[in-house]
Design a protein around this ligand. Structure first.
Ligand code: PEP
Length: 247
């Protein structure tokens, strides 16, 4: 089965009014690839407006697990929907490690995101210590399983997974295409133990120091269905080349 490639840019806590408009206006989408950008919450309305008529989609970098109420500093799914947000990045390793998000909390957020009709981009990945201990797949599959237990296998086909080895994020040290493929296949095989139909459909993106110079090789792997990109997504030329290489 051919899965459509997805190229998503996570801008993290970067940008200004001027730079996000310039960046978003420079993105060259094409019909063959789904392109998603994830600005900081405060720039979502501006980016969504700048993308009127464009095929580029907008993601949030996180969302509250609660619907509304006394949750100072949080943003709800219905607020995201007000600004045409279509995707939500969940369980990014920075959220897990710096903001103590647990597997269970991430799973609840995935469930509410699906319920709201948005697409969750569920990030999973191992630390360097875990890789060296040989537990990469155990860790990634446990993160996936927490979500599977919360939402069930049928709904899981609507989830996009991003395999992001923690040691490769923002370090310039990407996993090799073979290393990434091995984990992507291991994640897909784990899903296939519950449903091979769902496993075939689920898009699994790779993230971790993806650049224009390594994207084509990564995208050529059988189980790599695109990329979640941090640093290189802030550079329009790099990001456009990555999109082009996903065709
Ligand atoms: C990320 O933060 O999701 C990421 C993959 O970052 P980078 O591309 O900078 O490694």
């Amino acid at each position: 089965m051919t899965r459509r490639k997805i190229v998503a840019g996570n801008w993290k806590m970067n940008g200004s009014v001027e730079s996000v408009v310039e960046l978003v206006e420079s993105i060259q989408a094409n019909d063959a690839v789904d392109v998603v950008v994830a600005p900081s919450y405060v720039y979502l309305p501006l980016v969504a407006q700048s993308l009127t008529g464009s095929k580029v989609m907008v993601a949030a970098q996180n969302v509250s697990e609660f619907a509304k109420g006394a949750f100072t500093g949080e943003v709800s799914l219905s607020m995201l929907k007000d600004f045409s947000v279509s995707h939500v990045i969940l369980g990014h390793s920075e959220r897990r490690s710096l903001f103590a998000e647990s597997d269970a909390q991430v799973a609840r957020k995935v469930a509410s995101t699906l319920e709201a009709g948005l697409t969750p981009i569920l990030c999973v990945g191992e630390t360097l210590e875990q890789r060296e201990a040989g537990t990469t797949l155990t860790v990634c599959n446990a993160q996936v399983d927490a979500v599977l237990e919360e939402i069930g296998i049928e709904l899981f086909e609507k989830v996009v997974i991003a395999y992001e080895p923690v040691w490769a994020i923002g370090t310039g040290k990407s996993a090799s295409s073979e290393q990434a493929q091995e984990v992507h296949k291991g994640i897909r095989d784990n899903i296939a133990r519950r449903s091979s139909k769902v496993a075939e459909k689920v898009a699994i993106l790779y993230g971790g120091s993806v650049k224009a110079s390594n994207s084509a090789e990564l995208f050529a792997q059988a189980d790599i269905d695109g990329a979640l990109i941090g640093g290189a997504s802030l550079d329009a030329t790099e990001f456009n080349s990555i999109i082009e290489s996903a065709k």
